[in-house]
Design a protein around this ligand. Structure first.
Ligand code: TXA
Ligand code: MG
Length: 327
């Protein structure tokens, strides 16, 4: 019995130079490696290898219509895959390397697999800043497709232990670079006729983007992010939002100066701290309680992304909705 469990174990290695070199050779051989970025952990594969990219979808149980973010080492590498427009140039200059993903038209000679685009004619690109991600991209010398390293629809992983809990046995190596500093996924920006569109609020707040692009257009029609499914980031526990306090049977995930919080995202009401704590605290509480009440979070700054994640986490999950399937 013990042997079977051991054979499923995924190695978790401290992300030193040796582990990064091993990760790069695994990736070059078409295998999957989870690695830290400044936002959350990614489940990486060689973006130019269709079989390796297909293995990401299988490992996550991710629907094939949901495209993947491609991580590149810099702007020049990004230009080889996609056609930039003027606002995209300005955003890349301001925020790369960093927590910004740009969705741009694929170049006809793009080298990344069509699978990363999931049938769309666009590709999502990001230049990460985390030293481990930077070193890994440098060592492997090719773009890496990497969605968040969680099972599809589940709580995002912000530590190596969380990745192991999500993807044990389904990834060849996990590089441990500690807790991810921002704790929320990147902000995803697409374009409609050269007008920037917010596809997913994330670790860079709307106002920071708008300072570069002017007001962001609303996502509509074809300019949508297929991954913005209603239920996502879902704990097993019931989740009640904008709660003044915990009711019987609930534990409170607080924000600001609230009494009797089980955990507090930020006792001082700091949204950056709350973003960094969000997924790990949700995960902690999910392991221990049946029902979670969450304090109101203001919609300013990073609050837009935090509220987006909480709303999706509270939406009925597929496994629960399946119980009362409508005709
Ligand atoms: O911070 C992050 O963005 C993390 C780290 C690992 O980089 N990655 C991440 O990937 O959150 P994922 O796959 O969990 O989310 C990618 C989002 C999805 O909502 C997906 O639908 C959207 O980006 N996306 C990817 N390619 C797209 C495309 N071509 N058009 C529209 N949306 C796209
Ligand atoms: Mg994700």
């Amino acid at each position: 019995m013990r042997m079977e469990i051991r054979s499923l174990a995924t190695p978790v290695r401290c992300a030193d130079a040796g582990a990064i070199a091993e990760a790069a050779s695994l990736l070059a051989g078409g295998r999957l490696v989870a690695f830290p970025t400044e936002t959350v952990y990614g489940l990486g594969a060689d973006a130019g290898n269709g079989e390796a990219v297909a293995a990401i979808f299988a490992a996550k149980g991710r629907p094939r219509f949901n495209p993947l973010i491609v991580h590149v080492s810099g702007l020049e590498a990004a230009r080889r895959q996609a056609v930039f427009n003027p606002p995209a140039e300005k955003l890349a200059a301001r925020f790369w390397p960093g927590a910004l993903t740009l969705v741009l038209p694929r170049r006809p000679d793009a080298t990344v697999s069509l699978l990363v685009s999931a049938g769309l004619d666009s590709v999502a690109l990001r230049v990460p800043s985390h030293p481990v991600a930077v070193a890994l991209l440098q060592a492997v010398g090719r773009p890496l497709a990497a969605p968040s390293a969680n099972a599809s629809g589940r709580i995002t992983a912000t530590s190596a232990a969380h990745v192991a809990a999500e993807l044990e046995g389904r990834v060849d190596l996990i590089l441990d670079g500690g807790a991810t500093p921002l704790g929320l996924e990147s902000t995803v920006i697409g374009f409609n006729e050269n007008r920037a569109v917010l596809l997913r609020p994330g670790a860079i707040a709307r106002a920071e983007i708008e300072a570069v692009t002017g007001p962001l257009a609303a996502a509509a029609g074809a300019i949508r992010s297929p991954g913005q499914m209603e239920s996502h980031y879902a704990p097993q526990a019931r989740l009640r939002l904008n709660a003044a306090g915990a009711e019987t049977g609930e534990a409170l995930l607080g924000f600001g100066a609230v009494a009797d919080a089980w955990l507090n995202l930020s006792p001082g009401g700091d949204l950056k701290e709350a973003a960094a704590n969000l997924f790990s605290m949700l995960r902690d509480m999910d392991e221990q309680v049946e029902a979670i009440a969450v304090s109101p979070i203001p919609m300013t700054g990073l609050g837009e992304a935090i509220n987006d994640r909480l709303r999706r986490a509270a939406a009925p999950a597929a496994h629960r909705a399946a119980k009362d399937t409508k005709p």
